[in-house]
Design a protein around this ligand. Structure first.
Ligand SMILES: Nc1ncnc2c1ncn2[C@@H]1O[C@H](COP(=O)(O)OP(=O)(O)OP(=O)(O)O)[C@@H](O)[C@H]1O
Length: 272
């Protein structure tokens, strides 16, 4: 018997009502992808290509119009939207966003925030929380000092480390990273990407890495799909997509995003 992929999408489609002339907006137009357990897939595309909609369907925040999302071979979308269903889903799928402020309470210390998650998911009781929280912080390169700090006194990179620690604290099967390094300086970005590689090597977590930047995707993912107007226009190993793109759109996307050795040739045409 073959093992099912950890995560897959089959002919996944999402329409929203209320387009300009009343026609539906097709945000995701019949896409397919698969990620093996412990693998890392990049979803690459510019703003408006449908990446966020895919992620929101995975998080249970949107319901697909048709098609399926499968987690470990079982449909994901029909498991309900109530608080219990959300908690059960969060146990399996965690997310890290571009702006860690969106998930960090500015009034709460890093240690208290982690402890809250550990208790919520029944991972550690009150007595064990601090020790487990510290273990999680150490995994992401932080230490005892950070337990009592608040998000406002951390750097952007440290905040993103905390967001990663919080996400991995529940030992999810899938970690979705939605433009997770986009707001960081290049040197900090490199540190976080290295950390993500180390964390994936030491656990079986599967990454879904959403980005507009293929060069960044190459540093953490094995395979990539390129989305344009809700469709997959190119797929393959991330290396091949980056170094030998087949689709015109991918080539234009690569030309538009600054990367090492980049020479500005042309911007993506607004109508492309
Ligand atoms: N709730 C909604 N109602 C109507 N249209 C929507 C809704 N959400 C997204 N869309 C449309 O669906 C398309 C895809 O949007 P989506 O946010 O998924 O793209 P994206 O690639 O993630 O872009 P960004 O990086 O800017 O978030 C866009 O045309 C967007 O305007």
């Amino acid at each position: 018997m073959t093992t099912p992929p950890q995560l897959s999408a089959r002919d996944l489609r999402k329409e929203f009502g209320g387009g300009r002339r009343g026609e539906p907006v097709v945000a995701v137009d019949g896409i397919d992808f698969e990620v093996a357990r412990g693998g890392a897939l990049a979803i690459v595309g510019e703003s408006g290509s449908g990446k966020t909609t895919v992620v929101r369907m995975m998080a249970g925040l949107e319901t697909p119009t048709s098609g399926e999302l499968l987690l470990d071979g079982a449909p994901l979308v029909h498991s309900g939207r109530g608080a219990e269903a959300r908690l059960a889903r969060a146990r399996r799928i965690q997310m890290v966003f571009q702006d860690p402020y969106s998930s960090l309470d500015p009034r709460q210390t890093i240690g208290d925030g982690l402890a809250e998650i550990l208790r919520l998911h029944g991972i550690a009781d009150r007595d064990a929380c601090e020790e487990v929280a510290l273990t999680q912080l150490r995994r992401v390169g932080l230490d005892q000092r950070h337990l009592s700090m608040r998000p406002g006194s951390l750097s952007g990179g440290q905040r993103q480390r905390v967001a990663i620690a919080r996400a991995l604290a529940v030992d999810p099967e899938v970690l979705i990273l939605d433009e997770a390094v986009a707001a960081l300086d290049v040197s900090i970005q490199a540190q976080i990407l290295n950390l993500l590689n180390d964390l994936r090597a030491e656990s079986e977590v599967t990454y879904l890495f959403v980005t507009h930047d293929l060069a960044v995707a190459q540093q953490v993912t094995d395979t990539a799909i390129v989305m344009h107007r809700g469709r997959v226009v190119e797929e393959g190993t991330t290396d091949a997509v980056l170094t030998d793109p087949q689709a015109d759109y991918t080539r234009r996307l690569l030309d538009a995003v600054p990367h090492r050795g980049w020479k500005p040739r042309r911007r993506l045409a607004a109508s492309a």
